[in-house]
Ligand binder design. Structure first.
Ligand SMILES: [Zn+2]
Length: 147
């Protein structure tokens, strides 16, 4: 009788695996077990990965849909504010303050933001365009009130 090197249970000389703890007793058995464990691990990892991929994928899609919804809302808002500002500014045209207002209205229009992608590589952030709008609008309003 041989004994299992792992749990020291006596096992048959020719046993490939220990009957007590399942430890492989021959190199063949060890390799077989390794392969089996690896296959199981790959299946678990693959299955888990796929599941995770699906989950993160769908949440990514949800994020994208969410983002594009917000993006569209923002774009619509920019058009409304931009055109509104330009139209209001045009009615004030002889006043110097109307010109910064027109610039503000134009600056916040989404196509202008897209144009900034040409020289810069990527478009300016929406916050930057909103900031530009705010600066021009404040300058225009200040000029209108002060002059
Ligand atoms: Zn054993």
């Amino acid at each position: 009788m041989a004994s299992c090197p792992r749990c020291e249970a006596s096992i048959d000389e020719e046993a490939r695996y220990c009957a007590q703890c399942g430890a492989p007793q021959t190199e063949d058995a060890a390799e077989e077990l390794d392969e089996y464990v690896q296959r199981q691990a790959e299946q678990v990892a693959g299955g888990g990965g796929d599941g995770g991929g699906d989950a993160s994928g769908s949440s990514r899609f949800a994020d994208m849909a969410d983002l594009s919804d917000r993006e569209q809302l923002w774009r619509r808002g920019c058009y409304v504010v931009g055109y509104g500002t330009v139209v209001v500014a045009l009615t004030l045209v002889p006043a110097i303050g109307s010109f910064p207002l027109i610039l503000a209205g134009i600056a916040i229009l989404p196509p202008i933001r897209r144009l900034t992608a040409e020289p810069l590589g990527s478009p300016l952030k929406r916050e930057v365009m909103a900031g530009l709008y705010a600066i021009f609008a404040v300058v225009g309003a200040a000029l209108l009130f002060l002059l």
